[in-house]
Design a protein around this ligand. Structure first.
Ligand code: GDP
Ligand code: MG
Length: 700
């Protein structure tokens, strides 16, 4: 086996780490999670010259090693732990030539850990336009490193970088700053106590502890007793360190980087004037949002329908070709249908992320934050939360995934938690049929009551999302750091490769991670719906036949299906919950619908159709059949089941309840814990129950 070395890509956000990562690894990459937190862990394999191979890690963006949020902490934890299997043989610090001064702060810190460190100066293609020239030899000597000048956009410098990585053994590990100069006596004492440890590493461990409260770190137990300074003093020393570093960097750059402003262009200023304008800015943004919404809501339905049909015919084919029996049923109705149920989400996810990555890549997203942040911050949300909240009106799955672009963890979490309140398109079939049944004819200000009700439901969903965000912001105690937008990134033509990778990666992640949960639950639901204990289920056919001796074939099938569902395990659950849902105005048949629609809300309509034994007829041809059946339904005491009171109660229940296993699965994946989806399930469903209860009791 050839030797494999560890390479870690480190740098400030937006310097092009992921672009360099993509250039190095191609599609040999995979994305996972760091244990316990929600930061994506991207790793890949890169082939180097002379048969060497590198395991490349694309670390989350960080401004310095003075981490103060758990997200940033990933980088420092890795660099402090020589025993980590990912500990880098060589650290590659990626910088943006336009922000070199700020970017080099982190570089000097990593250098001082005496890890072999390479410097990538990226975005070289912009140097000419900005009038920047570099003295690479001078910079290499001053910074004690090797430099690769790279443009991932033009695909330049990557081979040089690979060559430098291959020769990482030759790198000089001399530090940039002698840390003891910030407080000589303190560091002398430290050195006496821990003579065999690197001083800067000790300093980082100590200050980590200051920034985070107590951390347990076995190797450094004695440090906990090393309390010769107050936390405030340590923070002051940290600031001193930063100032010293910038002095060093300024000195180096004075000779190493020359800017000739005469060559710079100002297209960006003109564009910004329009895109962040008080009127035009919002107008353009809402047009873009509308297009995104349209893409997920409308355009994605064509490929989605194709996928849906393809899996339906595959299931049919399996059913017809394989020997009849339990296994064939499991395969065709359980597994294949379940996989189909995962695949149908691919088009909306792909469409949404196509848009989002174009917006992020072009630099426009920073303008969105600039426009929307002030308003959204009041609700504990980020300017970027607008994207999930709007796309949630099509489907919560891609919307929840879109929240990942929000850097601040608290804002991201709140966005994820409230997005399912927005009215996704799966609620629509339920709304439409119930509104048609219970809302009276008539108009108000030229709009029919029915249309007004539907609009009202959309508004209620959105408002509930915003209000819950406000409450969550007050309730959740999460420490999470927001960066000021120090400067707006310049506009860029999106890199095609990056856009494609984002779309592929998001889709893959969804299918592989949320997909398995969705598949598992849908198989369980299927098993529960197509099996049942005792005679009533197993002999459904003969029971129905004896009860209805002279009945036509399709009607017979419908009646058998209804009978089976009634006595299946799901039917039993539906009946068992009847006492609980009676006060909301529902009967056990609706109860069964509530249980099955956990697979997807729109299944409610299909389930009712089966229970009212209009199954096959109602699906496509005749929606009126199911409607008239529902209208005619009566309770045992002769009163109607679907009245204004029970109808409104159902509408509200569907508006608020967390009735969607796929959303739960994606929330689990995005928050990397079951805590949040379960909280969502419990809180949203209780809220739905209470509002539906109040509505019914009030209206009946
Ligand atoms: P990361 O946040 O450090 O992972 O940075 P990304 O790889 O996501 O890149 C940030 C932005 O810089 C994206 O819009 C990229 O298209 C852009 N970018 C990356 N490399 C280059 C480059 O070499 N030249 C130019 N002009 N833009 C680049
Ligand atoms: Mg990145």
């Amino acid at each position: 086996m050839s030797k494999q070395i560890n390479v870690a890509l480190i740098g400030n956000p937006n310097t092009g780490k992921t672009s360099v990562f993509n250039a190095l690894t191609g599609l040999n990459q995979k994305v996972g999670n760091y244990p316990g937190i929600t930061v994506d862990k991207k790793e890949g394999i890169c082939k180097l010259p002379r048969g060497l191979k590198a395991h490349v890690l694309d670390l989350p963006g960080t401004y310095s090693l003075n981490a103060s949020s758990l997200d940033e902490n990933v980088v420092i934890e890795l660099l402090l732990n020589k025993n980590d299997k990912d500990f880098p043989d060589v650290a590659v610090v990626v910088t943006d030539v336009e922000n070199l001064k700020r970017n080099l702060l982190l570089f000097t810190q990593i250098k001082d850990l005496e890890i072999p460190t390479l410097l990538v100066i990226n975005m070289a293609d912009r140097m000419q336009k900005k009038g920047i020239s570099l003295d690479i030899n001078y910079l290499e000597t001053q910074l004690h490193t090797k430099i690769a000048v790279v443009s991932t956009r033009k695909n330049q410098g990557i081979d040089t970088l690979k060559e430098l990585i291959t020769n990482y053994g030759m790198l000089n590990t001399k530090p940039c700053l002698d840390i003891s100069t910030i407080d000589t006596t303190y560091f002398q004492n430290l050195k006496k106590t821990f003579s065999n440890q690197l001083l800067y590493k000790l300093w980082l461990v100590i200050t980590q502890d200051v920034n985070f409260g107590k951390i347990q770190r076995n190797d450094f137990d004695a440090l906990n007793d090393f309390k010769t300074k107050s936390n405030a003093d340590l923070k002051r020393l940290q600031q001193k360190e930063t100032i010293k570093r910038y002095q060093f960097i300024n000195n180096v750059l004075k000779k190493g980087l020359i800017v000739n402003l005469a060559n710079a262009t100002d297209l960006r200023i003109k564009l910004d004037r329009i895109l962040t304008h008080k009127i035009w800015g919002y107008l353009i943004f809402f047009v873009i949002l509308f297009l995104m919404f349209q893409a997920v809501y409308d355009w994605a339905t064509y490929p989605t329908d194709l996928i849906d049909e393809a899996f339906a015919s595959l299931a049919n084919w399996v059913k017809n070709t394989m020997p009849a029996g339990a296994f064939t049923n499991l395969l065709s109705e359980g597994i294949i249908a379940g996989i189909g149920g995962v695949m149908v989400f691919i088009p909306p996810i792909a469409f949404l992320f196509l848009f989002i990555s174009l917006l992020e890549e072009s630099g426009y997203m920073s303008r969105v934050v600039f426009l929307m942040d002030n308003i959204m911050k009041r609700f504990g949300l980020s300017g970027k939360s607008v994207v999930p909240l709007i796309s949630g009106n099509a489907c919560a799955i891609p919307a929840v995934m879109a929240a990942r672009n929000i850097e601040n963890w608290k804002e991201r979490l709140i966005t994820i938690l409230v997005t399912p309140f927005t009215t996704c398109s799966a609620r629509l079939p339920v709304y439409v049929i119930i509104i048609a049944l219970v809302i009276p004819q008539g108009t108000f200000l030229g709009m029919s009551y029915k249309a007004l009700t539907l609009m009202g439901l959309y508004i209620i969903g959105f408002l509930t999302a915003i209000i819950s965000a406000y409450i969550l912001n007050k309730v959740l105690k999460i420490k999470s750091k927001t960066y000021f937008v120090i400067e707006m990134p310049s506009y860029k033509i999106p890199l095609f490769k990056n856009v494609v990778f984002t779309v592929v990666e998001k889709t893959k992640t969804f299918v592989l991670e949320a997909g398995k949960i969705i598949l598992a639950i849908s198989i369980i639901l299927w098993v529960l719906a197509s099996n049942g204990p005792g005679d009533n289920f197993n002999n459904a056919e003969s029971i129905i036949k004896t009860e209805n001796p002279s009945i036509s074939e399709p009607e017979l099938d419908d009646k058998i299906a209804a009978h089976k569902l009634q006595y299946s395990y799901i039917g039993i659950i539906g009946r068992a919950i009847e006492p609980a849902i009676r006060p909301l105005g529902y009967d056990w048949k609706i109860g069964i619908g509530l249980v099955t629609s956990f697979a997807a809300r729109e299944v409610f309509v299909g389930t009712l159709a089966t229970i009212y034994s209009v199954g096959s007829a109602s699906d496509n041809e005749d929606e009126d059949t199911i409607k008239s059946k529902m209208a005619a339904e009566v309770h045992s005491n002769g009163t109607k089941v679907f009245t204004l009171a029970s109808g409104i109660s159902l509408l509200l229940f569907y508006a608020f309840a967390m009735q969607c296993m796929s959303t739960l699965a994606i929330v689990k994946r995005e928050t990397n814990s079951w805590k949040w989806p379960i909280l969502q399930l419990v809180v949203m469903s209780s809220f739905a129950y209470i509002t539906a209860l109040i509505a019914f009791q009030f209206l009946k």
